[in-house]
Every structure is written in C-alpha cells, then in structure tokens.
Write a protein that binds this ligand. Structure first.
Ligand code: SF4
Length: 228
C-alpha cells in the first residue's frame, strides 16, 4: 500500500465511530477541485509511510478505535488493497472506504468478501460531463456499474457530489439524478474560502458553510445514505 498520510483519530469520518484515517497515494482522476493534490500528482508525492508501522499502531488501538477509513487519492488503484483490508478486518475494525467508483471489479470483489462496512462514492455530475470533470478516460458505464454494486451490497453506502461552480451550475447538479436510481445530493461551499467542500447527509455540514440539498426526483427513490 502506498500510504501518503495517516490521521490517528477522527470523530467525524465514520458515523458513530472513533476512526483512524488512511490516505492512499495515487488516483486515476484529475478533478480540478481536488483538495488532496499531493495524493494525486506523482510529482508531489512524499515518501510513503511504512505500512507495517501503520498496522502496528492500529493493532495497539484495538478496543479504543472502532473503525478505519481508507480514502485518497483513490484506494482502488492500490494493487494490494484487498490484503490490506483483510488485515484491518482481522483486527476487528469496521472499514469505511471512499472511492470514485472507477474500478467496479475491485468494488465487486470487496463487497463479495464483505470486507467493507461503509462505502462513500463520489459522483462527478452529470453523466455526459463525467470525463470533462474527472479529466480521465473513465467509461461512465463503469461508474454506473459501481453504483449498482453498492446498491446491492447490503452494506451501508452513500453517494455524494461536490459543487464546483467554475465547471457546472445547480442545473448540472440536479442532473446527477438522471443517473439510474436518483439520490439525494447535498453540496456545500465553504463560506469563508468559497472553496467547494464535500459533504453528505451522513456528515452534516459544519457551521459557516452554505449548503443546499436537492431531494430525490421521486418519493420512492433512495437517499444519500442507505442501510439495508
Ligand atoms: S477522484 Fe478524488 S482524489 Fe482523485 S482527483 Fe478527484 S477529487 Fe482528487
């Protein structure tokens, strides 16, 4: 695992759990609003943390921390991700994974092995702007397949998006719901910096941020966070 950062303690990143956060190095997208470019651009990578030392720390925190959040970068580009998550599960941690959804085969494998308890997938709005926003060649079909996998996973999951006003407007955000299985989308902008801020119904916005929630197009549609 290429681990570019490690936060030993968080009250905010796994609902209801004290969690550590692992930031993986590397991403196949180049979103212009990315707030972790040092985890995306190889020229800005710092020397990765030793995976063994991170695992040793977590081993000593068993019983104190309830969960580990794996974020990035994009975790699913890590070739040894599955083995790493198995070690976390063996230690008894709940695992949350943030993903851009570009590797449905990896998601499928992790879901089938029940290695991830909580998924958070970023949706880059809307389908026809996907490559423009992600600045990648990702087939949108892969994104849709990942959404289907998470919907059928039986695990907790959320779909979330980021409002970036230099690229799209609120109508584009609303069109996210044209993706199969419309979802409630919450988007925020930091009031002080005007920087886009990721948020979701599962992580209520902090004060000082301006937020707007777009409800599902149909009353029966799934919300941002689902528990099955
Ligand atoms: S998918 Fe996430 S980590 Fe990757 S470039 Fe986009 S915002 Fe940054």
């Amino acid at each position: 695992m290429r681990i570019g950062g490690f936060q030993k303690f968080s009250l905010l990143d796994y609902p209801g759990q004290l969690a550590a956060i692992i930031f993986t190095q590397g991403c196949n997208f180049r979103c212009p609003y990315c707030h972790n470019p040092e985890l995306v651009d190889p020229e800005r990578f710092e020397k990765p943390l030793a995976t063994g030392r991170v695992l040793d720390f977590l081993r000593r925190r068993r019983g104190k921390l309830g969960a580990v959040v794996i974020t990035g970068g994009e975790p699913t580009v890590q070739p040894d991700l599955t083995g790493f998550v198995k070690k976390l599960k063996f230690m008894g941690f709940l695992v949350k994974m943030d993903t851009n959804g570009s590797h449905p085969d990896v998601l499928q494998s992790l879901v089938e092995q029940k290695l991830v308890d909580y998924w958070a997938m970023d949706i880059k709005p809307p389908a026809d702007l996907y490559r423009l926003v992600s600045r990648s060649e990702v087939p949108v079909e892969d994104i849709l397949r990942s959404m289907d996998i998470l919907r059928g996973s039986g695990m907790e999951y959320e779909f979330r998006t980021t409002f970036f006003e230099r690229l799209f407007d609120w109508k584009d955000i609303a069109r996210v719901q044209e993706l199969p299985g419309p979802a409630t989308v919450s988007t925020c902008r930091n009031a002080a910096t005007k920087a886009p801020l990721k948020t979701s119904a599962a992580a209520p916005p902090t004060s000082g941020n301006t937020c707007r929630t777009i409800p599902p197009a149909k009353p029966s549609s799934a919300g941002v966070t689902n528990t099955r």
